[in-house]
Design a protein around this ligand. Structure first.
Ligand code: NCD
Length: 306
């Protein structure tokens, strides 16, 4: 039995197969409409979510399966003090696969150790968010035609933004990927990503503060929200929250074929006028999230569709 805790759990070949499957699902949805009939997905969300939870649910429903779960810790027995270990033991008897989001780093990993069914990490604190990364990889590969030979700018809250940590881990395995890390001093990537992932793997990267300086050289710009819920005090958040705002004049500095991604939710970091720019790909990205989660469920449940 296989779980998904980090995008590194899959080899590059396995990732390629998963993304190919997601593209086939997008092209031939009817072929997959009954693939998971009789199977159940449990969504165990101890932290707020719109896209991740609903795209998981849509994914299972599109495969002909059903879903059950909870969408906040308050509405589950966590509020009474139940551990994730006990919860997953019980859920293993109710469902065939589980997606878990938790504010504590490592909670889905703990669950996987006590689980009788595959567990998917749907975001653990400021740590990892592997299914967002699968979504990002599918979006970049589908829209740019490749995952190697790209210069990607990651902009915003690189300290607490788990989507960025997972995406860097996945992209270093492709050839000639250059990272431009765009953040204020206080929100630079954590040492465990800079030292243990980038430097250790001899990866080319630079850290800059001004978005304007980075824009002209980018193939992909990945914007992120300042993660309010992970700040220790509100004043720091207020000081940081509008540090970057991608607007129409800034988009003029960017190449004509750059794409703009954002895991969403957006707060102020991309002005709504940018939505009309053909390079804005974040809503398309959210749609790709359904296809890739369908592919992931099929892969972890070992369902073959001919
Ligand atoms: C992201 C997350 O939860 O980390 N959202 C998502 O799943 N699409 C990004 C965020 O909340 O800023």
């Amino acid at each position: 039995m296989r779980h998904l805790m980090s995008p590194m759990d899959f080899t590059v070949e396995e990732l390629d197969r998963l993304l190919d499957l997601a593209n086939d699902i997008e092209a031939n949805p009817a072929k997959y409409a009954h693939a998971c009939e009789g199977k159940k997905l449990a969504t165990l969300f101890y932290e707020p979510s719109t896209r991740t939870r609903l795209s998981f649910e849509a994914a299972m429903l599109n495969l002909g399966g059903s879903v059950l779960g909870f969408s906040s810790a308050d509405s589950s027995s966590a509020a009474k003090g139940e551990s994730v270990a006990d919860t997953i033991r019980v859920i293993s008897g109710y469902a065939d696969i589980a997606a878990m989001r938790h504010p504590k780093e490592g909670a889905p990993r703990v669950a996987s150790l006590h689980s009788g069914i595959p567990v998917i990490n749907a975001g653990d604190g400021g740590h990892q968010h592997p299914t967002q990364t699968l979504t990002d990889l599918l979006t970049i590969r589908s829209l740019k035609g490749r995952l190697g030979n790209i210069t990607i700018g990651l902009c915003g809250d690189l300290k607490f933004g788990r989507t960025v940590h997972s995406l860097i881990g996945a992209l270093i395995r492709y050839p000639n990927v250059k990272f431009v890390l765009i953040s204020p001093e206080e929100l630079r990537i954590p040492d465990y990503v800079r030292d243990d992932v980038l430097i250790k793997n001899h990866q080319e990267f630079k850290e800059v503060i001004r978005l304007e300086d980075a824009l002209p050289e980018l193939d992909v710009l990945y914007m992120t929200r300042v993660q309010r819920e992970r700040f220790f005090n509100e004043e720091d958040y207020v000081r940081m929250k509008d540090f970057y705002i991608l607007d129409v004049p800034k988009m003029e500095l960017a190449p004509k074929d750059m794409i703009v991604l954002h895991p969403l939710p957006r707060v102020n970091e991309i002005s709504v006028e940018v939505d009309n720019d053909p390079r804005a790909a974040y809503f398309k990205q959210a749609q790709y999230g359904v296809y890739v989660r369908m592919a992931l469920i099929l892969t972890l449940l070992e369902v073959k569709v001919c």
